[in-house]
Ligand binder design. Structure first.
Ligand SMILES: NC(=O)c1ccc[n+]([C@@H]2O[C@H](COP(=O)([O-])OP(=O)(O)OC[C@H]3O[C@@H](n4cnc5c(N)ncnc54)[C@H](OP(=O)(O)O)[C@@H]3O)[C@@H](O)[C@H]2O)c1
Length: 262
């Protein structure tokens, strides 16, 4: 095979993968991509130095072929993939069963990454069909562990993974926006408020990870009786923020399920 990675669709998520690989000094010459928008394809070539295919079929000449179009565009993909080539789908809400209807004899791996791949900070949950043998799995892991931890999960968990891992960065950005805006309301200049908010989100995550401490124990440690944290937590409890977050994950998972059935 001529290439290691072939990408169908060169939008936001595909670019994020390529950027992550570039950060790890992967050679753009090993990657080929195709997008129906020529200007988009040329933009990605200029930015990352990958090969651009003149037609979709050229992408099939790769060890891993990644389907990176929107779920609703999946049916527009017309490509013949050699039987032994592994297909990796990043599409939300497209189950392996649906992929097998089109690529009936192929090894298929379904993953749910996020845009943090571009800075090599995305967990990669994956699930695969029974045509993926150990060698193919290892090839996949060798490329995708450039982004972060790679872990096999049951396909039934993919919808909640889509909500948490796929949409999660968007949810966290929303919270960062809210923390910053609320601090501006109390008098902090926006740039300082944003800097502090980013620092507490990053710092708290790093602290929990490095000290292997549960969020609940950490929160109790920093909440002194009658203090400022306790007063703030009361506002969260009164407004039922945990319930809102349960709904956020549930509605988002349900949307992934709807995509599966559409
Ligand atoms: N963005 C995220 O945060 C994220 C996270 C996890 C998973 N995903 C999944 O990643 C996939 C891509 O998302 P995205 O945000 O990168 O979408 P995107 O930016 O719209 O990229 C998809 C690209 O593929 C092109 N395309 C459409 N049909 C094609 C075809 N038949 N052959 C070749 N190219 C084609 C699109 O062109 P047009 O714009 O002209 O259609 C577009 O340039 C989705 O299935 C999504 O569920 C995304």
């Amino acid at each position: 095979m001529k290439y290691k990675i072939g990408l169908v669709g060169l939008g936001n998520m595909a670019s994020s993968l390529i950027e992550g690989w570039t950060n790890c000094k992967r050679d753009g010459k090993d990657i080929i991509g195709f997008d129906i928008k020529l200007d988009r394809a040329n933009f990605v070539r200029e930015r990352f130095g990958i090969n651009i295919a003149g037609n979709i079929q050229e992408v099939a000449d790769a060890e891993l072929v990644i389907l990176a179009v929107k779920p609703q565009d999946f049916s527009s993909i017309k490509i013949d993939i050699p039987q032994d080539t592994t297909i990796v789908s990043i599409m939300a809400g497209v189950p392996i069963k649906k992929l097998e209807e089109v690529f009936s004899n192929s090894p298929i791996i379904r993953i749910m990454p996020n845009l943090l791949c571009s800075i090599n900070k995305s967990f990669i949950p994956f699930t695969c069909n029974n045509k993926v043998d150990q060698t193919k799995k290892e090839l996949f892991i060798s490329w995708f562990s450039d982004f972060g931890d790679v872990s096999e999960v049951k396909e039934s968990l993919m919808n909640v993974m889509t909500a948490l891992n796929g949409s999660g960065p968007g949810f966290i950005a929303y919270l960062i926006e809210a923390f910053s805006e609320a601090s501006v309301f109390e008098g902090l200049p926006y740039d300082i408020a944003l800097k502090l908010t980013l620092s507490i989100f990053e710092g708290t995550s790093a602290f929990l990870r490095e000290n292997k401490i549960s969020p609940n124990s950490f929160r109790l440690n920093v909440t002194s009786p009658g203090g400022t944290t306790s007063r703030g937590i009361w506002a969260l409890e009164k407004a039922g923020i945990k319930g809102v977050i349960y709904d956020m994950i549930r509605l988002s998972s349900e949307r992934a399920k709807e995509l599966e059935n559409s």
